[in-house]
Design a protein around this ligand. Structure first.
Ligand code: PBG
Length: 327
């Protein structure tokens, strides 16, 4: 055969395949979720998320050390407070679980990058992401408590805040309060296109944040929609978001692609608990190759246009990148 083009020339061995990789990944672009439980001493495995742990404040540095040992330098913190009430007041408590975790981490590892999830659902006794008015979450009242919460995280030493509540106007409210207090240099990563997804199931079990009635469809996005995702990103950018996010990742790769094409901000994606749990359980049943599927899933997210990924597999992926298997 007299073929001009033989694409297989660039697939012949690892050296040439690695040379021609179009998508590049680095441990720097991975963010590891850490769950800190105020009532816990030591480390407790999370049943809903095999391989993940709850950490007590006395052992949160262990989570950081495990990250650093694998080359992961960024985390996102989630708190399980000892006390919950209707307005989620522990969320902005100066001595709340996340605030104390930040101080503990920063005292020992000042260069470890700490992002905080800003939301009310772990702190309210009804499990919704804001302050209720009847059976609905009141948007504008919630903005006030979200802003206070974000400020308290930054005052405790957080490097970046990430509002995940999906209230309208939260980025503007948080930007305003941070600027007012002189934190003009602290970036906001907005969970911009966050869908009302069943993929959050294991997280809600892990964080004790499932709503006690109803669902989150009144504030999180309808999975049917893509133009709405563009709109949500545009609004967050107008309000001052520094990084936008699409969540979940694997079932929303089209949205990641579209938003990353449309906007010039760095784009994050969140491979959520249900995505992780599906890989874990299928692998535990002997049905799939966990390592390869973990790698392939993460690659797809970067190939779709994400610049960074929040994932429960951050440590394992960092190792896979370091070994050259991906990246
Ligand atoms: C808080 C929040 C949730 C997740 C991240 N931040 C839960 C939710 O919205 O119900 C989900 C993360 C995951 O599933 O891994 N609102």
């Amino acid at each position: 055969m007299n073929l001009t083009y033989r694409p297989r020339r660039l697939r012949g061995n690892d050296a040439v395949r690695h040379l021609c990789r179009e998508t590049r990944m680095s441990p720097d672009s991975l963010i590891y979720p850490i769950f800190v439980d105020e009532t816990l001493q030591g480390v407790r495995p999370i049943e809903a998320l095999p391989g993940q742990n709850h950490y007590g404040l006395d052992s949160v540095c262990q989570a950081v050390e495990e990250c650093l040992a694998n080359g992961v330098t960024h985390c996102i913190l989630f708190g399980l407070p000892a006390h919950k009430d209707a307005i989620g007041s522990s969320a902005w408590d100066e001595h709340g679980v996340v605030q104390e975790a930040i101080r503990t981490i920063k005292a020992k590892y000042p260069d470890f990058y700490v992002i905080t999830d800003v939301c009310m659902c772990e702190y309210t006794d009804h499990g919704h992401c804001g302050i209720l008015c009847g059976h609905e979450v009141d948007n504008d009242q919630t903005l006030e408590v979200l802003a206070k919460t974000a400020l308290s995280h930054v005052q405790a030493g957080a490097d970046m805040v990430a509002p995940s509540d999906m209230m309208d106007g939260r980025v503007a409210a948080i930007r305003a309060i941070l600027d007012e207090h002189g934190y003009t240099a602290t970036p906001i990563m907005a969970y911009s296109a966050k869908y009302a997804s069943a993929f959050y199931g294991p997280f809600r079990a892990a964080a004790g944040s499932a709503p006690s009635f109803g669902d989150r469809k009144g504030y999180q996005m309808d999975p049917h929609n893509r133009k709405e995702a563009l709109k949500e990103c545009a609004l967050d950018i107008e309000e001052g978001a520094d990084i936008i996010m699409v969540k979940p990742a694997l079932s929303y790769l089209d949205v990641i692609r579209e938003c990353s094409d449309a906007y010039d901000l760095p784009m994050c994606a969140y491979q959520v608990s249900g995505e992780y749990a599906m890989i874990k359980t299928a692998a535990a049943a002997g049905l799939i190759d966990e390592y390869r599927i973990m790698c392939e899933s993460a690659l797809s997210v970067f190939r779709a246009g994400a610049n960074m990924l929040i994932t429960y597999y951050a440590k394992e992926l960092a190792q896979a990148i370091r070994s050259g298997y991906i990246g």
